[in-house]
Design a binder for this molecule. Structure first.
Ligand SMILES: N=c1c2ncn([C@@H]3O[C@H](COP(=O)(O)OP(=O)(O)OP(=O)(O)O)[C@@H](O)[C@H]3O)c2ncn1[C@@H]1O[C@H](COP(=O)(O)O)[C@@H](O)[C@H]1O
Length: 101
């Protein structure tokens, strides 16, 4: 399962019957609720990281990634645009490294 695959599945839940899927139910509650859930999951991941609980952090990190994708879908922001932004930054930092040499 890639993040792309998961995002496609999540996007398909925007038009699904809320009773058919937890994701469809969350999206039907609106972008504010999706953002709130993302925040909750991020805090849970922080707690596991501070405790140095690797299994707990792995599980919470999966929740964070899933809820980030739900939040992006809820606001019609494409995962590919986020990845393009990361690529742009990587290219910039590569240029800065070259200039420093
Ligand atoms: N990756 C996930 C995933 N990660 C977390 N969750 C759900 O996110 C919820 C978060 O847990 P919480 O304890 O916060 O939820 P809760 O207490 O039930 O909810 P609240 O009462 O707090 O609102 C759980 O109900 C999990 O099932 C996920 N639900 C779905 N997916 C994937 O999303 C895709 C679509 O799934 P459907 O939701 O079944 O369409 C599939 O590929 C799934 O594997």
């Amino acid at each position: 399962m890639t993040l792309d695959d998961l995002f496609v599945t999540i996007q398909s839940r925007k038009s699904a019957d809320p009773s058919s899927s937890w994701t469809a139910q969350l999206l039907a509650k609106g972008p504010e609720k999706c953002a709130e859930k993302f925040g909750e999951e991020a805090v849970e991941a922080i707690i596991e990281a501070v405790k140095d609980d690797k299994a707990g952090l792995t599980s919470e990190a999966a929740d964070v990634l899933y809820h980030l994708l739900v939040m992006l879908a809820s606001r019609d922001v494409a995962l590919s645009d986020v990845l393009d932004e990361l690529s742009r930054r990587q290219a910039q930092s590569g240029l800065a490294e070259k200039a420093a040499r």
